[in-house]
Design a binder for this molecule. Structure first.
Ligand code: SF4
Length: 345
């Protein structure tokens, strides 16, 4: 199917594009439609302040969304995972996280599958299908919002490597952050990358000025290349230079994320290498104990979750080197909705 020949999907249009698509209608009509989309209108017929003939015309000319919710799972801890399927067979997963204090965060995917192939990640072990379009990224947010949640934060940490689809992601964020729509604050959006050097530089130069997290996992270059093949073409010295450039341009603290794999990257020397890598950068470290996922064995042995003591000792070693360390709460593990467990299945 030629996806380009499809009818326009309105939830993926910025206010300016929507105005162009709806021409010759007056601008106030496109503002009305944009506002309806931001408020989560489920269909054109729900846009009750538009004349009925216009709503009927829209039904025949456009799509409001292009996907359907093909799966929904809820974890007793409050996490909800949706699987959204698109007409060409691509499926992604999106997660709604609650922090217990009322804060709701949407975790969005940017690709169906992922070409990066990190060995500890279920998405990476399933291969790559395609990049998502802007409409397919905004649709995930809107469908999570349909669940009745007042979502204030976004993390781009679902399926895919966001900096390999930055153009469409940028457009989706333009829509989600538009003051005339949802108005999500740029300070409340965090993008996590596995370390794509040109993408970090592009984000530094052209924005948007959102928060950046690097999925470092280990600063032992040889081990990193084995765990994260993307390290072979994006070596750590270049990644660090790109982060310094980002910080110079954006002036923002960066998060270094380390997925802790039991008995693999939690040694004292790993903590030291990480602290050395962080020198000169304004960072905080977020430790993410690996969540068991169906992934192939790593060099002939199964991956395992780190023990509590192992996590504590690693954390203490980093703090001793002067780093600020946080530990990510384990959320959504019962529904395979936690970090590294998404697969669109
Ligand atoms: S961890 Fe992120 S970048 Fe790595 S394979 Fe998984 S989705 Fe892709």
């Amino acid at each position: 199917m030629d996806r380009k020949k499809k009818r326009p999907v309105l939830c993926g249009l910025t206010p300016g594009e929507l105005r162009d698509v709806l021409e010759p209608l007056p601008a106030f009509r496109s503002r009305q439609v944009f506002s309806w989309i931001a408020r989560g209108a489920p269909s054109f017929s729900a846009m009750t302040d538009l004349p009925l003939p216009l709503r009927e015309e829209f039904e025949s000319r456009f799509f409001l969304y292009s996907g359907t919710v093909s799966g929904r799972l809820e974890d007793p801890d409050g996490t909800v995972k949706l699987r959204i399927s698109f007409p060409d067979g691509a499926s992604v997963e999106s997660v709604l996280l609650s922090d217990g204090e009322g804060r709701k965060t949407a975790c969005l995917s940017t690709q169906a599958g992922c070409p990066a192939g990190c060995v500890f990640c279920k998405t990476g072990s399933r291969g790559f299908f395609r990049n998502l379009e802007a409409s397919e990224i905004t649709e995930q947010f809107l469908r999570l919002r349909f669940l009745g949640a007042d979502i204030s934060h976004i993390v781009i940490m679902g399926m895919g490597e966001p900096l390999l689809n930055l153009g469409e992601l940028r457009k989706a964020l333009d829509i989600l952050m538009a003051p005339e729509g949802l108005g999500i604050s740029k300070r409340r959006v965090t993008l996590s990358t596995c370390g794509i050097v040109p993408g970090i530089r592009d984000l530094a130069d052209r924005g948007p000025p959102i928060r950046l997290a690097l999925s470092l996992t280990t600063a032992d270059e040889a081990l990193r290349e084995r765990l994260m093949p993307v390290g072979k073409t994006n070596p750590l010295p270049q990644v660090k230079k790109a982060l310094l450039y980002y910080q110079e341009k954006q002036g923002r603290r960066i998060t270094l994320e380390a997925v802790l794999l039991g008995g693999i990257n939690t040694r004292r020397q790993d903590a030291d290498a990480l602290a050395d890598f962080a020198r000169g950068l304004d960072v905080m470290v977020n430790l993410i104990p690996w969540n068991a996922a169906e992934v192939p064995e790593f060099e002939g042995r199964p991956l395992k979750e780190p023990g509590i003591r192992e996590i504590e000792e690693f954390s203490a070693a980093l703090e001793k080197r002067g780093l600020k360390v946080t530990r990510r709460l384990r959320k959504g593990r019962n529904i395979a909705g936690a970090c590294g467990q998404l697969a669109g299945e």
